[in-house]
Design a binder for this molecule. Sequence first.
Ligand SMILES: *Cc1c(COP(=O)(O)O)cnc(C)c1O
Length: 331
Amino acid sequence: MSLVLPRVSLGHGPTPLEKLPNLGAELGIELYIKRDDCTGLALGGNKTRKLEYLVAAALEEGADTLVTLGGIQSNHARQTAAAAARFGLGCELLLEDVPGTPKLDYYRNGNLLLDHLCGARVRVVDEGSDLTLCAEQLMRQLREAGKRPYLIPVGGSNEVGSLGYMRCTEEIIQQAAEQGIAFDHWLVATGSGGTQAGLLAGQLSAGDDTPLLGFCVSRSAELQEALVGELLERTLKRLGIPLRDGASRVRANGDYVGAGYGIPGEDTLEAVRLAASREAILLDPVYTGKAMAGLIDHCRRGLIAPGSRVLFIHTGGAAGLFAYSDSFQPG
Ligand SMILES: *Cc1c(COP(=O)(O)O)cnc(C)c1O
């Protein structure tokens, strides 16, 4: 793969690929984890890899301010604030309340606390506002004030951000070869879609056909597959790689979304507790907890066959645990 596109360095890499023997035994599979929770940028997570390409694009344009949007407890917003701090850029965050989420620490802890610490300017948008419209207005205001803002879409998911996960695929393929593991499944949480699209683009360009399943955190499987498919197409097109049967490889499962984005179900909480108590792996209540709930249920129901070699791609998010402390109180 010729990824000669501009990239800055923000993360610690390659992130480890490790075995989870205790949880694997409990689920009757050989379980491995790709530690993208350990990318290292202000508590890390999957947005770091995307931002390596997005910040490079912003710098190429001569930008002096990063602008992005998301929920109040957005991991993406936190990593964008951290990336801006590293490169001496301003950071403006447009953050929206997510109805139905626990409120005890939601407005003072977790990611939002770290946004402030990293020096970002946070604007909270009223529930139900059109975030895209607000972002356009903010971009205009900043330009009028003499700034050179660069807008990063929700989750850093576009054909630039996805490149970060093509690189991750290269790492996984190399680490699997070094460790002598042939995976039967790759599993990942899928939200704004750039992670899954990038992983798949990487697989297609490397000729790796391990099934990749995305566990949805907000949408139905159908809508999620359409979103990821469109991003995949744009990413490959930008690189001049033919799509071929790529679209048919986009697979999502929407059975573990529960009551909606940002609202953990009982199965999500159980998954977070299980990973922490068996492996000291810290998942999160919004993304990876739902994906792990999906993995657990798939094993229990035999949808993932006993003895399978499964790679769980940990996309981070543990900072969110502190914003959801009321969901995790014992007893
Ligand atoms: C953003 C995020 C995801 C989803 O990644 P997308 O590229 O938006 O699909 C998964 N896990 C965590 C912890 C995230 O912050």
